[in-house]
Design a protein around this ligand. Structure first.
Ligand code: EPU
Length: 350
C-alpha cells in the first residue's frame, strides 16, 4: 500500500465510541511522499472539501457523517537515532500503535513510558493530545515532533518546548488544529528505569505483583514490566474496553480552578479529591463531581455513564453522536448547578 482512497467510507471501525458514521472520502497513506502526492491531488480536484486527520479515533465523537476527507496515517517504523550511556533518541512513525511501541521500548531497555501503557491510540495522536495517566504525560518523553503542512506539503519540526504542551493540551490541538499531519515523533527515553509511583494505588498493586515475576529478566527490565503490568491491571479494572463497549476514555477534562473556588467547595465537601496544579491553581476530579451529581452508572437512552469510572461515557449499543452529546449536556448542566463548575469535554466533537 502507498495510499488507499475509499469513497463513502464507513467510520464504525475508526472511532472507539462505535458510532455509525461515514466519511465522503477516507485516505490512508504510509509515507511522507505518498501523503504529499495525495495532498496535491486533493488541492487540484477536491479543494472545496474539509480535511480531518484521525489516529485510532479514540478521542472523537462523530455527530453525523463527515462531509470531507478523513486522513489516516499508516507511517510505521521505529528508528534508534542516537544513544548515550544514559539515554536514547528514538524516532517513531505516527501510525504506530502507541501501546505496541511502549511494549517494544521496555523490551529494548528504553524506559519512561510505562505509566502510559494501554492508552488506546497511535503515536501521532498521542503527541497531539498530550496523553497522560498515572503521573506521566507523553510530553515528558517527547524530544521533537515532525509534521507536514496540509496546505503546501512542507515539512516542519517542533522541538518539545515549541509544542505548547499542557494538561491534555498542545499547539496541534489549538492554533495548528487541522493544519498539519504529524508524521513522526522522536522520544527521549532513559536507559535506566526510574519508576514513577506517585499516583496513589500504584505501590500496592506493584507489591502484589512482586511475588510472581517471570524468571531471567534483568532487575531493571523486570521492574518496568511489572509497572506496565500494574498499570494495565488498574486500567482494566476501572475502564471499559472499547472493543466490548464503545467509549473514548475520559470524556471530560479534570477542571482546573482557582484556589478560592477550591477552598469554597472544600468547605462544603471536605472529602473532595483535589491536586495542586501550579500557581494558585487546583485540579479537581471530574469523575467525583459527576458521581456526586448522581450520574455514575445512569443512562440516557443508549448512552450511559460508566459504573466504575464516572468520567467515561459509554455507548450501550446503537448510540448516535447526538445521544452521547445529550448525555454530556445533561451532566454538564447538573454539575454546573450543584458545584458551579463548568466541565469541558476532552473528546473532540466532529
Ligand atoms: N473518582 C470518583 N468517582 C469516579 C471516578 C473518580 O470519586 O467515578 C475519584 C477517585 O476516587 C479519585 C479521583 O476521582 O479520588 C481521580 O480518579 P482517577 O484516579 O480514577 O483518575 P481521573 O482523574 O478520573 C485521570 C485521567 C485518566 C487517567 C487517570 C489516571 C483525565 C481527564 N483523565 O482520570 O485518563 O487514566 O487520571 O492517571 O485527566 C483518559 O484520558 O482517557 C484517561 C482515562
Amino acid at each position: 500500500m502507498r495510499t488507499e482512497l475509499t469513497y463513502d467510507a464507513p467510520l464504525l471501525e475508526l472511532n472507539t465510541f462505535g458510532i455509525q458514521a461515514k466519511a465522503r472520502m477516507l485516505l490512508t497513506y504510509d509515507s511522507e511522499a505518498s501523503l504529499r502526492e495525495a495532498l496535491s491531488d486533493i488541492h487540484l480536484h477536491h479543494s472545496d472539501l474539509p480535511m480531518l486527520h484521525i489516529g485510532c479515533g479514540s478521542n472523537l465523537l462523530f455527530l453525523g457523517d463527515y462531509p470531507g476527507i478523513v486522513l489516516r496515517s499508516a507511517i510505521r517504523g521505529i528508528r534508534l537515532l542516537c544513544e548515550t550511556p544514559s539515554e536514547v533518541l528514538v524516532e517513531v512513525g505516527a501510525g504506530e500503535v502507541c501501546d505496541d511501541f511502549i511494549a517494544q521500548s521496555i523490551r529494548s531497555g528504553w524506559y519512561g513510558m510505562e505509566n502510559l501503557s494501554l492508552i488506546p491510540g497511535q503515536v501521532g495522536a498521542a503527541a497531539v493530545q498530550n496523553i497522560g495517566a498515572y503521573g506521566v504525560e507523553v510530553c515528558d518523553v517527547i524530544h521533537e515532533v515532525k509534521g507536514i503542512s496540509l496546505s503546501d506539503g512542507s515539512e516542519r519540526i517542533w522541538k518539545r518546548d515549541e509544542c505548547g504542551y499542557g494538561y491534555r493540551q498542545s499547539i496541534f490541538k489549538s492554533e495548528l488544529w487541522g493544519k498539519y499531519a504529524i508524521t513522526r515523533v522522536t522520544f527521549r527515553l532513559s536507559k535506566h528505569f526510574t519508576p514513577m509511583l506517585q499516583y496513589g494505588g500504584l505501590r500496592n498493586v506493584l507489591g502484589q505483583l512482586a511475588s510472581d515475576s517471570p524468571q531471567g529478566e534483568s532487575p531493571q527490565a523486570l521492574g518496568a514490566l511489572q509497572l506496565r503490568q500494574a498499570i494495565i491491571s488498574i486500567r482494566r479494572a476501572k475502564l471499559p474496553d472499547p472493543k466490548e463497549q464503545g467509549n473514548a476514555g475520559s470524556f471530560f477534562k479534570n477542571p482546573v480552578v482557582g484556589k478560592e473556588v477550591a477552598e469554597r467547595l472544600l468547605a462544603e465537601w471536605p472529602e473532595m479529591p483535589h491536586y495542586p496544579a501550579g500557581e494558585g491553581k487546583v485540579k479537581l476530579a471530574a469523575g467525583w463531581l459527576i458521581e456526586q451529581a448522581g450520574w455514575k452508572g445512569r443512562s440516557l437512552g443508549p448512552a450511559a455513564v460508566h459504573d466504575r469510572q464516572a468520567l467515561v461515557l459509554v455507548n450501550k449499543g446503537g448510540a448516535t453522536g447526538s445521544d452521547i452529546q445529550r448525555l454530556c449536556d445533561a451532566i454538564r448542566k447538573d454539575v454546573g448547578l450543584r458545584f458551579g463548575i463548568s466541565l469541558e469535554p476532552e473528546v473532540n466533537f466532529i
